[in-house]
Design a protein around this ligand. Sequence first.
Ligand code: BG6
Ligand code: MG
Length: 223
Amino acid sequence: MTLLSHSLVKAAIFDLDGVIVDTAKYHYLAWKRLAQEFSINLTHEDNEKLKGVSRMDSLDIILAMGNVSLSQQEKEKLADKKNTWFMDYVNQISPSEILPGAKELLMALRDQGIKISLGSSSKNAKTVLRLLNIEHLFDAIADGTMITKSKPDPEIFFIAANLLQTKPEHCVVFEDAEAGVEAALAAGMFCVGIGSYTSLHKAHQVVPTLENFEFKLNAIQPA
Ligand code: BG6
Ligand code: MG
């Protein structure tokens, strides 16, 4: 595995859902079920717009698709319902759902002295990390409980960089969501997109998975 040996990179920030663990599919299933209650057919393509986006912002996007207008109280009830369904899946997860290469990369970066933070919009992030038994691999955790604006706003990544006491230009972000790539770039960080080039092409480097991850040193742009 080629590591982040470039002197500019001092810290790595990982998104959670879809980067470290295969929970993005559970968010999708839960949102799809909720959307069906309003006769909205949520497709995989629609779902790309929800990735990385906070629970309430995701709900607003779905309701707008069906031209549904609800009170804040009604929306909160729906968001809670979706979260209950999501947690029903999450409570069954095991370390076998850690995505290929993710744990190996976390451990290799640690060995190299690179500091690591989570940078997730999820309010369930700590629970998920605990269930996967990988909390100890993180020096800091920035999650959905700490932000006022969700990705594509860079707030979550600035919080993570602050927790690691590292300047944004010395951070690399690993992201599977278009909104997350935009957030990383807005933060002035280097960004590796994990997934399809079509949706993540704005990232500095795109790889299909973290398995045998090779960092392209020539892709890094000096800040
Ligand atoms: C992100 C997911 O990590 O967290 C989004 O990509 C999700 O799909 C968001 O909406 C918020 O998650 P939670 O667990 O707080 O509902
Ligand atoms: Mg994600």
